[in-house]
Design a protein around this ligand. Structure first.
Ligand SMILES: [Zn+2]
Ligand SMILES: [Zn+2]
Length: 445
């Protein structure tokens, strides 16, 4: 006996609020398929240069213990206070999303025992970082960096090679750039320089010209004045003794050697004695560098920056005392490429596009697609469209050299139409001889 059927329970109606579209978070960005060619271009260029200069790829987690960023940021850096996005994970531990790759990179090398005396590593990293620093203009909070780093004991040439790689990266993307450099000293000469600065601030009336922030930082880190955007601080910074006049012999020699490399490599550079802080950090020693678009003076639009960070290595438990790196800001690079209307070639050459004219033809075309793909042809399709025009438009868009068109008639005759996409000339080909015919024509061109 069958049981009486119950009325199906009606799903509760959703309110307008429940079905309203949800927007992305403010300050974040979607990269849509039609924009992706720019990202492909810069990712490809960075990866190509890493291979050429033998930097080995490394990937790192996006989340780290907050303690790592607290320690990496030091006491005076803006990193933790202004840029870091941190929260309590489900287990209760405090974690942060990397605002820059360096803390994770050094953490990883220390954890895996790479940063021992005598060891050396050239690493390449490419990925997103998240910075809540609101002073970075229109850049989205999540953006991509490409970072090239030497970790371990290396010679003078490492800094020059990093600058060269970044310079080549931008030049080969058709962007005109120049390098700004500063030698910021080491623990040996920095102490003497800080004493000189303190003396300079004792001069009457000087302190009163400082903005409130710089006044606050004066005791802990008077170098902050060189990073201040306030006009009165910037003017005052011009009157202060430059660090370059207070270097120890080792720093002086190191800087001179780098400049020699730059001259030999014909890389345009200028000295910027106010350059102490880059990427929100103040732990740099010896040499700091920044790559700027030619004619651009607004530092928050720099395209790449880096320097030597031995203190970060020792602060994070590494035994080696040498490390230097440079990171390109890929979003700013792309924004520059777009605003200068630099032509971007999607790069890929497509041999043949397959178009179908019926459901039966579609089945046959899918098999043909696999045969041609396995035979080594660069083959593409747009089977979701049933209109020939829609399919050929796609073939045009991806710049296919030939299109193959299969309809009922061709299926009956065991033939296929071969269309030269440049001339528009169509010929009927015996489908059994198709691979040989494509080979012949592609090799002629
Ligand atoms: Zn020194
Ligand atoms: Zn200031």
């Amino acid at each position: 006996m069958s049981r009486p059927r119950k009325n199906p329970v009606e799903a509760p109606k959703k309110s307008a609020k429940e079905t309203a579209p949800i927007s992305k978070i403010r300050g974040f960005k979607d990269v849509l398929p039609e924009e992706y060619k720019y990202w492909n271009l810069v990712f490809k260029k960075a990866t190509e240069l890493a291979k050429v200069y033998s930097f080995r790829r490394i990937d790192l987690p996006i989340l780290e213990n907050q303690a790592l960023f607290d320690r990496a940021g030091g006491k005076t850096s803006e990193l933790v206070s202004e840029e870091l996005c941190s929260f309590c994970a489900k287990g209760g531990e405090k974690v942060g999303i990397r605002p820059d790759v360096l803390p994770s990179l050094v953490r990883s090398f220390v954890e895996h025992g790479v940063l021992q005396p005598g060891q050396i590593s050239k690493s390449f990293w490419l990925g997103p970082v998240l910075s809540y620093d609101s002073s970075q203009g229109s850049r989205p909070r999540q953006y991509n960096q490409a970072s090239f780093d030497f970790l371990g004991d290396f010679g003078h040439s490492a800094d020059a090679q990093l600058i060269l790689i970044a310079y080549n990266f931008f030049k080969e993307l058709q962007l005109d750039v120049e390098v700004q450099l500063n030698c910021v000293g080491c623990p040996e000469c920095r102490g003497q320089y800080l004493k000189e600065l303190n003396e300079a601030f004792k001069e009457r009336g000087r302190k009163s010209k400082l903005c409130n922030d710089c006044k606050k930082h004066l005791l802990k880190n008077p170098l902050r004045i060189f990073d201040c955007h306030e006009e009165s601080c910037s003017d005052l910074a011009n009157e202060l003794p430059p660090v370059i006049d207070h270097l120890c012999d080792a720093c002086h020699k190191h800087f001179e050697r780098i400049l020699e490399f730059m001259d030999n490599l014909s890389i345009p550079y200028s000295l910027n004695t106010k350059l102490f802080f880059v990427r929100g950090y103040d732990f740099w020693q010896r040499v700091v560098y920044e790559i700027m678009p030619v004619g651009e003076t607004r530092r928050h639009l720099s395209l790449a920056s880096g320097g030597n960070y031995p203190e970060l290595v020792s602060d994070l438990g590494g035994k080696s005392n040498a490390a230097c790196g440079i990171a390109m800001d890929l979003e700013r690079t792309i924004s520059r490429i777009r605003s200068h209307n630099i032509a971007v070639d999607c790069g890929e050459k497509v041999d043949v596009f397959i178009a179908q004219l019926s459901e039966n033809a579609k089945q046959k075309c899918m098999t043909l697609f696999e045969e041609l793909r396995k035979a080594g042809f660069k083959v593409r399709e747009h089977f979701i469209s049933d209109s020939l025009k829609g399919q050929l438009d796609e073939a045009e868009r991806i710049k296919a050299k030939f299109s193959l068109i299969l309809g009922q008639k061709e299926m009956m005759d065991n033939t296929i139409l071969l269309r030269d996409m440049e001339s528009g000339v169509q010929e009927t080909i015996d489908i059994r001889k198709l691979a040989a015919e494509l080979d012949r024509r592609l090799n002629i061109i």
